[in-house]
Ligand binder design. Structure first.
Ligand SMILES: Cc1cc2nc3c(=O)[nH]c(=O)nc-3n(C[C@H](O)[C@H](O)[C@H](O)COP(=O)(O)OP(=O)(O)OC[C@H]3O[C@@H](n4cnc5c(N)ncnc54)[C@H](O)[C@@H]3O)c2cc1C
Length: 390
């Protein structure tokens, strides 16, 4: 019985840990194992993320996921308290600011109306109001901006540690082994085998392997269109530090920037032509070629700056439609997925954990209906068309 579990979660990053935490904390009652091959999380997407949360999406399911998660992060310390200790996640609710030019303004206007209809207080700001938020902005080619106050960014590593600690406290067992095989007979799951040759038994398995989700799918004979794609982040220091706080800004060029500790600035931009692969090489030239010109145009002060450091992480990109795949496989019952978040998984993890925990316990979604993001859509040829993937 030692190696028999009621549910096995493959991947102990933010998704896997949120699912385990929600199950254990909400009355699942059975034995839960989370398999994590690297307890330092050195290369986990969660630890390498920039930790932003926004409700500015164009599809209802993504807005609803962020609404739940935002409320969750606002109460993170209380929820994750263990033996009187509360984790500090350094949440900075400074808002998300999408800058608008002639070209994308109609899209921002349409999205703002949609978000408002779902209860998100996104505001359209004119140029003067935008300048009040960021006085250093060059607005010559801007029409205005779309601002969601209350959204913001936080320290992803502390969030992950908070979830892991609380999940363990609630009885979840973390096994630091790499899963190399999923044992399946016909449409029935039997367990997993780890790299050291041990077999662990369960008829319920959750794939929460982040950039490795496609690999874990293959182990179960299930085709999951999720691939790892390199994303680079740069820490820069301008010649003068702003004496105000930056929201997380999305420029019209696709470059994003936000404040890091000590008023330094984090920035990046998704490279469209980046090929899939487990590539962690950090390329300083990409900053010079693709990011710096846009930054210097938007904030002239950035014409002179110092690149302090940076890092590379992997997006787990869903090649089908760039949105998460959440739920149970319609044929291989007991095979659950929380994969493919394509750059918005950090903000969705609390809600995804809640939703999947409801499905596993009751076979229905009560808090956020994530059925539009089910694997069924791939089998049936349907796409979720989200226009705000960054
Ligand atoms: C540079 C960057 C910036 C980002 N910024 C944001 C942002 O601002 N906002 C946002 O919402 N999202 C952001 N994201 C995306 C977000 O980080 C991810 O969507 C999210 O962290 C995915 O969590 P996860 O638990 O699925 O994956 P991970 O954190 O990668 O966790 C998966 C875990 O599974 C383990 N694992 C894999 N295979 C196995 C196996 N076979 N056996 C055992 N263990 C295994 C891995 O070791 C890993 O720890 C960003 C990502 C990057 C790279």
């Amino acid at each position: 019985m030692e190696h028999t579990f009621d549910i096995i979660v493959v991947g102990g990053g933010l998704m896997g840990s949120s699912i385990a935490y929600h199950l254990a904390g909400e009355g699942f009652g059975g034995r839960i194992a989370v398999f994590e091959k690297d307890p330092t999380y050195e290369k986990a997407s969660t630890a390498l993320s920039v930790g932003g949360i926004r409700r500015q999406f164009s599809t209802e399911v993504n807005v609803r996921l962020s609404q739940y998660s935002l409320a969750f992060y606002q109460e993170f310390g209380e929820r994750m308290e263990t033996e009187g200790e509360r984790p500090e996640i350094d949440f900075k609710p400074r808002g998300y600011l999408f800058l608008g030019s002639e070209k994308n303004w109609p899209i921002l206007v349409r999205h703002q109306a949609f978000q408002k209809s779902l209860g998100v207080e996104t505001q359209l700001l004119n140029v003067k109001e935008t300048l009040q938020l960021i006085p250093d902005l060059n607005t010559e080619d801007l029409v205005g901006s779309s601002f969601s106050a209350g959204d913001g960014y936080m320290d992803p590593h502390s969030v992950l540690q908070g979830f892991v600690r609380k999940a363990k406290y609630l009885g979840v067992e973390y096994i630091h082994q790499e899963v190399v095989e999923v044992l399946r007979k016909g449409d029935r799951l039997e367990g997993v085998k780890t790299k050291d040759g041990t077999t662990y038994f369960s008829s319920s398995i959750v794939n929460a392997a982040g950039p490795y989700a496609g690999e874990v799918g293959k182990m179960a004979g299930i085709d999951i269109p999720v691939v790892p794609v390199r994303r680079m982040v740069y820490l820069i220091k301008p010649p003068r530090l702003f004496d105000y706080d930056l929201p997380l800004v999305i420029d019209t060029s696709g470059v994003y920037f936000l404040h890091e500790t000590g008023k330094q600035i984090l920035t990046g931009k998704s490279r469209k032509e980046e090929p899939p692969g487990f590539n962690y090489v950090w390329d300083r030239n990409y900053f010079q070629e693709a990011i710096w010109p846009s930054l210097a145009h938007r904030i002239p002060l950035f014409d002179e700056l110092k690149v302090v450091s940076g890092w590379t992480g992997l997006y787990e990109v869903n090649q089908w439609d760039s949105n998460g795949i959440i739920g149970e496989h319609p044929e291989v019952r007991g095979f659950y997925m929380a994969v493919g978040f394509s750059g918005h998984g950090f903000q969705q993890a609390p809600a995804v954990g809640k939703a999947l925990s409801e499905w596993i316990r009751f076979m229905r979604y009560e808090t956020v209906d994530v059925s539009p993001l089910g694997y069924e859509r791939i089998l049936e040829g349907r796409k979720v068309l989200e226009e705000e993937v960054i």
